[in-house]
Design a protein around this ligand. Structure first.
Ligand code: SAM
Ligand code: SF4
Length: 472
């Protein structure tokens, strides 16, 4: 009987990748994945600490398991990832029935830690060093990147994959917990990245998304040679089978010209950039210690658009940061209004214990004001997203088909079944259309017939190779 594993993942793409790799290693150790905690012998939560809300969700999920654990003490409950690194043994204090706490730098140890728990060795805690606890080298070593050999069967879609190119962050934006829980910035060797991408391509992967907290700060030096993200893209571009290359998340100040030119000149690289601005107010940007002014951001955007006119840019914003006035907020509204982002992710400021802003500034914008600003900014962004999607109606776009749409209405249940599919354009626009299962993983031309702020609706273009009719 295989052991049954349930895993729940919250947070960013980095966590999704970590979960995929943990599941793959546990499958090799004899576990089978199940779809509910009730069916599982081992329940793992891969967690996020970026906002309080993400942590609350995990603590309440843990609360719901208290009873199950009492009934079945052999059930193993584990907390992985950023919250594990942040709260460490406090997790055992708040939920004493948790068996395992593992930080993002120790994920490779999970199979052996689970074996120890099964042997009766009790609760297991493995986390990295705090950022001020030792020398940089020692701290770096304690955050081990987890990139074992890939297995296509473990990915939600075998033709798409995330590839980590760096871990950690050294920017220390005052509001952000990431540098503490993900450790120092460390770039992976290009040879390792290219070997992983080659393997993925051999296994049928078409699209690779490179991951890093500040992915465009990627830099790897060895033997007097420095590899930048633009160099890496050039080398990845040569891999046969790979059709699309994306990378997230970009740091505005590190948007260098060599990278912009690489995006322009390498057709496999998506003309899509996620470059969070966070605020349109210089006062807020300086308090956030983002390292640029709104003028710098505008200049960066103008440079990108001058070189790649059809680029789609997306952004993140924090509203209600400490001391944000209506005037500061209005400057953010103005920036969103003029920048014509494809879309923006908008977050209400959430104070994170241990960060500089938690120490320095009171969290003084009331919750209802944060909520109102969030809604207002979203309305401005959504109006722009819709306006910029509408001109695509009547045009043809190329879509990588990802799979059935969430509410796929299945109309026939046989081989030629028609179902609603979802895919993305090269610049990351979501497209919904009718098709069949065999089209999943293909690049297809789609004629767009409708659009709203979030989605394009279309139909597959069938090409006629004429002449089709011969006179007898
Ligand atoms: N490294 C990326 C960057 O610099 O943009 C993303 C890091 S974070 C996981 C994703 C987004 O969460 C950030 O861009 C920021 O907008 C938001 N965020 C981070 N800390 C936050 C906080 N304390 N409260 C609210 N939003 C936060
Ligand atoms: Fe957090 Fe700033 Fe690093 Fe992004 S760049 S992970 S927001 S500290």
């Amino acid at each position: 009987m295989p052991k049954r594993l349930y895993i729940e993942t919250v947070g960013c793409q980095m966590n999704m990748l970590d979960s995929e790799l943990v599941v793959a290693s546990l499958r090799k150790a004899g576990y089978a994945l199940v779809d509910s905690p009730a069916k599982a012998d081992t329940i793992l939560f891969n967690t996020c600490s970026v906002r309080q809300h993400a942590e609350d969700k995990i603590y309440s999920a843990l609360g719901r398991l208290k009873h199950a654990k009492k009934h079945n003490p052999n059930k193993i409950i584990g907390v992985l990832g950023c919250m594990a690194q942040k709260d460490q043994k406090q997790i055992f204090e708040r939920a004493p029935y948790v068996d395992l706490v593992v930080g993002p730098g120790q994920l490779h140890q999970i199979p052996s830690l689970l074996a120890r728990i099964e042997q009766g060795d009790g609760q297991q805690l493995e986390v990295s060093l705090d950022r001020k606890a030792a020398s940089r080298e020692e701290i770096e070593r304690s955050f081990e990147s987890y990139d074992p050999l890939r297995d296509p069967a473990m990915r939600p879609t075998p033709f798409q994959a995330f590839v980590r190119i760096m871990i950690g962050c050294d920017k220390f934006c005052t509001y952000c917990i990431v540098p503490s829980v993900r450790g120092p910035e460390q770039s992976r060797a290009p040879e390792e990245i290219i070997a992983e991408a080659r393997q993925l391509a051999d296994e049928g992967c078409r699209e690779i998304t490179l991951l890093g907290q500040t992915v465009n700060s990627y830099k790897y030096s060895s033997g007097g040679v420095t590899t930048r993200l633009s160099d890496l893209l050039e080398r990845l571009h040569e891999i046969e089978g790979i059709a699309r290359l994306k990378f997230v998340t970009n740091y505005p100040k590190d948007m260098s010209d060599d990278l912009i030119l690489a995006i322009r000149d390498l057709p496999k690289v998506s003309r899509y950039l996620h470059v969070p601005a966070q605020s349109g107010s210089n006062r807020m940007l300086s308090r956030m210690k983002r390292g640029y002014t709104v003028e710098d951001y505008r200049e960066m955007l103008a440079r990108v658009r001058a070189t790649i006119p059809d680029v789609a840019v997306t952004s993140d914003f924090i509203v209600g940061f400490c001391g944000e006035t209506e005037d500061d907020f209005q400057e953010t509204v103005d920036l969103v209004g003029e920048s014509r982002f494809k879309n923006s992710f908008i977050f209400k400021y959430s104070e994170r214990p241990g960060t500089k802003s938690a120490q320095l500034f009171p969290d003084d914008v009331p919750e209802d004001v944060k909520r109102r600003r969030n809604n207002e900014l979203l309305a401005v962004q959504n109006a722009i997203s819709e306006e910029d999607n509408l001109p695509l109606v009547g045009r043809e776009v190329e879509v990588l088909v990802e799979g059935p749409s969430k509410n796929a209405a299945r109309r026939h249940d046989h081989d030629g079944e028609q179902l609603q599919l979802v895919g993305r354009t090269h610049c990351d626009r979501i497209v919904v259309f009718d098709g069949n299962r065999r089209q999943i993983g293909q690049l297809l031309p789609i004629a767009v017939y409708d659009a709203n702020a979030f989605t394009l609706f279309g139909s597959v273009v069938t090409r006629h190779v004429g002449p089709e009719v011969y006179s007898l």
